[in-house]
Design a protein around this ligand. Structure first.
Ligand code: NAP
Length: 245
């Protein structure tokens, strides 16, 4: 193994233990030399690592626990990737980790509000900040933020999630302007309902009734990977809306 070959590319996907993040990591693992998968649930990450190894035994993998809302964990994750794969290889970041609570604002606790904003918005800030200096140095990189229709319009019982996703859209638009001179692409995908555990936790009955009408995680991830890899078609600042299966 020669993980520090400067031609190698490293992709880091947050919240990749299940759902859209897992599918995206598995698809990207066929395309890059190094992959970093993380979430708060170690056994789910271990499963993803196994799945990736079965698909491509040439890819170098870091699979580890990381809560994106905690700066010390984020910084230590990025340090491990840089130590193992080299700072010049960090090329792709997918800000995917996310949580949602199905609550009216009056019933939302301070802890639920904090968890939502700290994961969906602050988490993206922390990991983007930790990686960006490496991308700026090598004047290349792709950051793709996984957003939602709830990042474009408000929904009842979803105010904390909408606030986090509107914020994430603002972060992406601003950063795209800031890094344009460095050949870095900051892009967003706004997704409709995707049949993942997020929906099962959010509203199980609705999920059971409607899962066949939702986007599949595979279809959403295929578009995410296309946006990352097709540098001619998808430019810095671009966003895609994908609402229907
Ligand atoms: P999911 O199946 O619940 O997966 C979410 C992933 O994020 C899990 O691996 C989870 O693992 C991880 N995660 C949550 N909090 C984290 C934290 N603090 N630190 C690190 N990882 C964390 O949900 P999904 O539907 O795939 O969601 C992925 C992204 O798509 C989210 O940003 C979501 O907002 C967005 N999205 C989803 C839909 C939809 O309908 N499902 C629609 C539009 C956008 P742990 O809990 O183990 O940490």
């Amino acid at each position: 193994l020669n993980p520090k070959n400067t031609q190698d590319r490293t992709a880091l996907i947050t919240g990749s233990g299940r759902g859209i993040g897992k599918e995206t990591a598995i698809m990207l693992a066929r395309q890059v030399e190094n992959i970093v998968v993380c979430s708060r649930t170690k056994n789910e990450i271990n499963e993803v690592v196994k799945d990736i190894e079965e698909i491509n035994d040439q890819v170098n993998i870091i699979g580890t626990k990381c809560d994106v809302s905690i700066s010390s964990q984020v910084n230590s994750l990025v340090r491990s990737a840089v130590d193992r794969f080299g700072s010049e290889s960090i090329d792709i970041l997918v800000n995917n980790a996310g949580v949602a609570f199905d609550k009216k604002l009056v019933d939302t606790s301070e802890d639920e509000w904090d968890q939502t904003i700290d994961t969906n918005l602050k988490g993206a800030f922390l990991i983007t900040k930790a990686i960006l200096s490496h991308m700026i140095k090598r004047e290349s990189g792709t950051i793709l933020n996984i957003n939602s229709g709830a990042g474009k319009a408000g929904f009842s019982d979803l105010s904390s999630y909408c606030a986090s996703k509107f914020g994430l859209a603002g972060l992406a638009e601003s950063l795209a302007i800031e890094v344009d001179m460095y050949n870095i692409r900051v892009m967003t995908i706004f997704l409709g309902q995707v049949a993942t555990k997020m929906w099962q936790y959010y509203d199980y009955n609705y999920y059971e009734k409607n899962k066949n009408k939702m986007l599949s995680p595979k279809k959403a991830s295929a578009k995410i990977v296309e946006m990352i890899l097709d540098v001619k078609k998808y430019k810095n600042g671009d966003s895609v809306e994908m609402y229907n299966p």
